[in-house]
Ligand binder design. Sequence first.
Ligand code: DON
Length: 304
Amino acid sequence: MLDYQAILEDIHNTLKSTEDTGDVASYIPELAKVSKDSFGIHLQLITGEDYSAGDYLEKFSIQSISKVFSLAKAFQLVGNSLLERVDVEPSGNPFNHLSLLELENGIPRNPLINAGAIVIADILLTHLENPKEDFLNFVRELAHDESIDYNETIAESEHETGFNNYAAANLLKSFGNLHNEVEDVLDFYFHQCSIMMSCRQLTNAFFVFTNKGKCLKNVEHLTASQVKRINAIMLTCGFYDEAGEFAFEVGLPGKSGVGGGIVALLPHCFTIATWSPALNPQGNSYLGMKALELFTSKTKLSIF
Ligand code: DON
């Protein structure tokens, strides 16, 4: 039996002394206020035992990690028909890249780049009665935690500087692939990205993707086939133009956010979340990537 607690502490100690850890995201001004020194890691086994180190209880802005929750909710609501409006191919480009979107007639490469997540947000806006409230309740339900909430200051901060996302939404609209108003879709999207969660809350919520669609309380939220697809999209697209590198170094499906969080999982085995706000040039947590690479190397647990 592996000593998971010792492994997480060892990873934490090794990474504490790393000097060049990248920079926090500053294009969303509120995110630039977060301390670069925070580091948390939390592991939850499918059997329920959990292990942790560092700031694993501190909440941070989940940003693009929320795209996995919105994709899951859209799958629940409209099933495979969402694939008529968004593809499932890796983009090989940064998360906010727009040229492929124009070239490919307004069909985003996948639901995890910004343009794809904006289409998913549009689908949720159409199908949810009270979109922001219902979506938040979905995330709370998955995590079994009513304390999870939006951060209005971060949502507003992104709204003020979100010119690139406005460009994406307008381009989608011009191709007929946005059915609601640009302003309404982006308001929803900026809110979903602002959700605050800790590493522990993230592993609780992502349990559903580790456990074939059943959450911690054994309630079925997604079919096994939908979970297979979501995990495949995380593996191939979860880290944008670094998805290959993440598969190569870590070997797990996962998702990052510019708040510095990463969640990854080994189906039927474990869910793991890390948080370290400084990012590498691709917008993924510098130390989070390293922590997960160390974890799968030390435990020899990966999908490969
Ligand atoms: O739309 C944006 O740019 C941000 N709200 C989310 C980007 C993000 O987290 C990319 N992931 N690493």
